[in-house]
Design a protein around this ligand. Structure first.
Ligand code: ADP
Length: 872
């Protein structure tokens, strides 16, 4: 591994369209075929239905018929050249979708179509810096989450059924309903286990054996008896390596909480002695028919500490976990600052790893073929419930798409293991390489998905003017393909009915000569999407996917068959004709399928597999830091910062004034403040100068604090890099602490509590010093810290410098001393009682103690030495 960090200037931007990698022969063949997108067929049907009913409603145009200004000010019709910001027609056409490009980030188009059409997006609980940068640069505007007129909804959580049901045909949302069947560790394993039972374990043996505690404890014990550990323990719904640890036997697994316990893969592929895992980006644009794309570039994350095969260092997280959020705290972690360096430091690109492996004699095409197989099989295993939910909640075929983050571990025999699938893979950019890979992937995803060029406001206005009769037609037409959904539902009342005839391949081939309008629409739409794939490699359907996966699909519905005997169609209700869209698409796209009954073994590997190995040529290379994309220049940076600081100080003073006047921080506010303060400390200990003895000392203190403040956190044994462990534990603690803090959240304003709005503004801008000051005032006024620290602790610390953590008062467990005033009447105003229980109260924070908290000025000196880059 090359551990040289190139501190380079981040280069300018390349136009992805110019540098796009050449397509494989297989792709080119596909391109020759009909590519006319016809997503708007539904509109056409409605239009003819309207005509039929002789409804002469005067409609507003759905889209603007716009003209483009030429250099000399004259106008010309918009065409669809390759360099246009649209694909599939002109701005007036309903089949036209936006084209996204990386170069828009540094050189946004003038008057992009999205801007002219007032196209909008909204976000809900999502990390949006990169997404917003991309969408804004293409002329899309963000609207409030409550606004129903939008083109794209990007959410970090599953969309609610009522939101899905209300979607218009042109609207897109970045999740399918019930995607958790794939993205929850426990559900994923159960779905794959089901397929192991139905189709044979050897076809689905790519996931480490997994148990959900406490229900599967017996099974875990018997498996341990047969195969031995080690086992890796993970919280059910967590991420970024939080709360993960390794045990060597089942009796070390806690039974009081729900955790997932998986067989630990102890023979990972090592690169230069380091364990690594892959983050791959997988887009699904439809579940029935199934359309799966794997992005040609991914990320490889390395553990910082060399892997110890002797197993002596079972507990070192920086040896066994590859998460960036854990390894970044290690003093040896190398973060490359060069966007062009794909194999430098502890994060590489997938292509760089493949090139490295090929240079060592590995057949990387075979490896990528196995990885593709893992991705497709995992999706197939989880598909049936997702398809059922789509039938129930999603009104139009193109409403939903999904970007999954697949985490894959390769073992020393080059077998890929699926660790987990992430629902909303991080689009955060911690390094220039992140920006490059993720921006390229995101623009390609948005183009692939295809956002129709529709003005959402005009569209909504049309809907309002539409008479009920038309809306009924629209609704009827939107209930498409319910037949195969019902087949999935499997009503027991239908068991025993005469099944529909099994449709053989030859019969379907014959019938494909006369495709129904819906089948035609689907085929055209699949082909149009393929043309827009950019860096995405379509892995299902592909030339060989029917041979490879056809046996897992029901021959009539084409949907994954989860029972040993194929025949979910047996459950089809009467009058329902199931359709095998997957077979239809394979036949239409790959006509050679008819003669494709030859054995898989010995067949040449598909050309597309070589795409994964080429160096990344596109992607935005500059930082996404605030202001960087603002092309107005950065001359005012310093004065802006001074101005901002002034505002924060004013906010802080106002909060403190409120407190001096008798208000206090609520428990929720106090905990949020404390949590943010801990995050500041976390940033300090993960800053650049980890060898600083002051920081070392801080580590000691934090470890002691954690041991005392949290009985849930485990003290690590055999640790080598203590700071990394401390940082991980603090990170885990903050995660748990915040989870509990949410329980204290209040609805509206409460008397004698600092006003919520003021507090929020303060919290959003405060730094460590501000937070500490406010917490100190609260501590001084109410003579206790247990509003935010909790009521159990240990003996009081003697007052020493180093900030609030050092001076936190602790009371021995079981002490009944309650001289704090947060639960009693305050001398100025009556305070609501917070806790009636007098036990185990951390009550020794006297005024004298709190006055010995480091004053802002006194604390500053030490803190300056700990000052950190706010780069997290
Ligand atoms: P999270 O969602 O918290 O990131 P993961 O399941 O992705 O959890 O695991 C985090 C890290 O733990 C991975 O980067 C991987 O290195 C390691 N890991 C997870 N499961 C296993 C396993 N079964 N065997 C070996 N290492 C594993």
């Amino acid at each position: 591994m090359v551990y040289s960090v190139t501190l380079g200037i981040w280069f300018g931007v390349m136009d992805s369209s110019l540098l796009r990698r050449s397509h494989s022969i297989e792709d080119e063949a596909e391109l020759q075929k009909d590519s006319d997108s016809d997503d708007g067929l539904l509109y056409k049907i409605i239009t003819s239905a309207e005509k039929f009913q002789d409804l002469k409603l005067k409609e507003l145009p759905l889209v603007h018929q716009t003209r483009k200004k030429s250099e000399n000010g004259s106008t010309s019709s918009l065409v669809d050249p390759d360099d246009s910001w649209m694909i599939g027609g002109s701005l007036g056409s309903r089949n036209t979708v936006l084209r996204f490009r990386c170069n828009a980030l540094s050189d946004p188009p003038v008057d992009p179509p999205a801007n002219e059409l007032h196209m909008t997006y909204k976000t809900i609980q999502a990390e949006t810096k990169l997404l917003s940068a991309v969408l804004h640069s293409h002329g899309m505007r963000e609207v409030h989450p409550n606004i129903p007129d939008f083109n794209l909804l990007w959410t970090g959580v599953h969309p609610k059924p009522h939101l899905l049901k209300a979607m218009a045909p042109y609207q897109r949302v970045n999740h399918f309903p019930r995607s958790y069947e794939l993205t929850r560790k426990d559900r994923l394993y159960k779905n794959i286990e089901k397929m192991q039972h139905a189709k044979g374990a050897k076809h689905f043996d790519f996931i480490p054996q997994t148990f959900v505690m406490p229900v599967d404890f017996r099974e875990l014990c018997s498996s341990h008896y047969r195969h031995r550990g080690p086992w890796i323990v993970k919280p059910v719904a967590s991420s970024r390596g939080r709360g993960i640890y390794i045990v060597s036997s089942p009796d070390q697994v806690p039974l009081e909480e729900t955790v997932v316990v998986a067989k630990y893969i102890d023979n990972p592929l090592l690169v230069d002695g380091h364990k690594c895992d892959l983050r791959l980006y997988v887009a699904v644009t439809s579940y029935d028919p199934l359309l799966v794309y794997l992005y040609e570039e991914g990320l490889v994350r390395f553990a910082t500490v060399k892997y110890d095969l002797s197993g002596k260092h079972l507990w070192n997280p920086c040896m066994h976990l590859c998460n960036y959020s854990i390894n970044k705290y290690h003093s040896d972690y190398i973060k490359s600052e060069d966007p062009d360096a794909e194999d430098v430091g502890h994060k590489w690109t997938l292509s760089a790893l493949l090139r490295h492996l090929r240079a060592q004699g590995t057949d990387t095409s075979v490896l990528m073929q196995r990885i593709e197989e893992v991705v497709v099989k995992a999706i197939l295993a989880s598909a049936p419930p997702i398809i059922s939910a789509c039938r129930m909640f999603v009104p139009y075929p193109r409403n939903c798409f999904e970007l999954y983050g697949f985490d894959i571990l390769i073992d020393s025999t080059l077998k890929p293991w699926l660790l987990e699938v992430n629902l909303s893979p991080s689009l955060g950019c911690d390094s220039p390489l992140d920006v490059r890979v993720k921006s390229a992937m995101l623009v390609d995803l948005l183009t692939l998905v295809g956002l129709p060029t529709v003005d959402p406001m005009l569209r909504r206005a049309n809907e309002c003017h539409r008479p009920q009769s038309q809306l009924d037609i629209l609704k009827k037409l939107s209930c498409r393909r319910v037949h195969s959904a019902d087949a999935l539902a499997g009503s027991s009342s239908n068991i025993g009915r005469k099944p529909p005839p099994i449709v053989t391949s030859s019969r379907l081939i014959a019938s494909s000569l006369s495709l129904s309008p819906e089948e035609n629409r689907i085929i055209k739409s699949v082909r149009a999407e393929f043309e827009r794939r950019g860096g995405f490699v379509r892995i299902f359907p592909s030339a060989e996917s029917w041979k490879r996966y056809g046996c897992f699909l029901d021959p009539v519905t084409g949907i994954t068959c989860t029972s040993a005997v194929s025949g979910s169609h047996l459950c089809a209700p009467p009058m329902v004709v199931p359709r095998n869209y997957n077979l239809l698409i394979h036949q239409q796209l790959f006509p050679e399928l008819q003669s494709a009954c030859k054995a898989m073994d010995g067949a040449p590997l598909p050309d597309r597999l070589t795409r994964y190995e080429r160096a990344l040529l596109q992607g935005h290379k500059a930082s996404l830091d605030e202001g960087h994309l603002d092309r107005s220049g950065g001359e005012n940076d310093d004065s802006d910062a001074v101005e901002e600081r002034k505002e924060v100080t004013e906010l802080k003073n106002e909060v403190i004034q409120n407190m001096e006047d008798g208000s206090r921080l609520s428990q929720y506010q106090a905990r949020r403040t404390f949590s943010q303060y801990l995050i500041c400390i976390l940033r300090q200990i993960s800053g650049q100068n980890k060898a600083d003895p002051v920081i070392e000392d801080h580590g000691e203190l934090i470890l002691r604090f954690l041991q005392k403040a949290s009985s849930n956190l485990r003290t690590p044994y055999f640790v080598q890099d203590r700071m990394a462990v401390v940082a991980k534990q603090l990170n885990d603690f903050i995660y748990l602490y915040n989870r509990e803090t949410d329980l204290y959240s209040e609805g509206g304003e409460t008397p004698n509590i600092v006003p919520g709005k003021l507090y929020q503004q303060f919290l959003a801008a405060a730094n460590e010093q501000d937070l500490e000051e406010v917490l100190s005032v609260q501590t001084r006024l109410y003579k206790c810290t247990h509003l935010y620290v909790g009521r159990s602790g240990s003996s009081p610390n003697s007052m020493r410098p180093f900030g609030l953590l050092r001076s936190l008062p602790y009371t021995p467990r079981g002490s009944d001393k309650t001289d704090c005033e947060c639960s009693a009447s305050h001398h100025r105003k009556t305070l609501p009682c917070l806790s009636k229980s007098g036990s185990a109260i951390g009550a020794s924070a006297t005024t004298q103690q709190s006055s010995s908290l480091p004053s802002t000025a006194a604390g500053t000196g030490k803190r300056q030495s700990l000052k950190i880059s706010r780069a997290l």
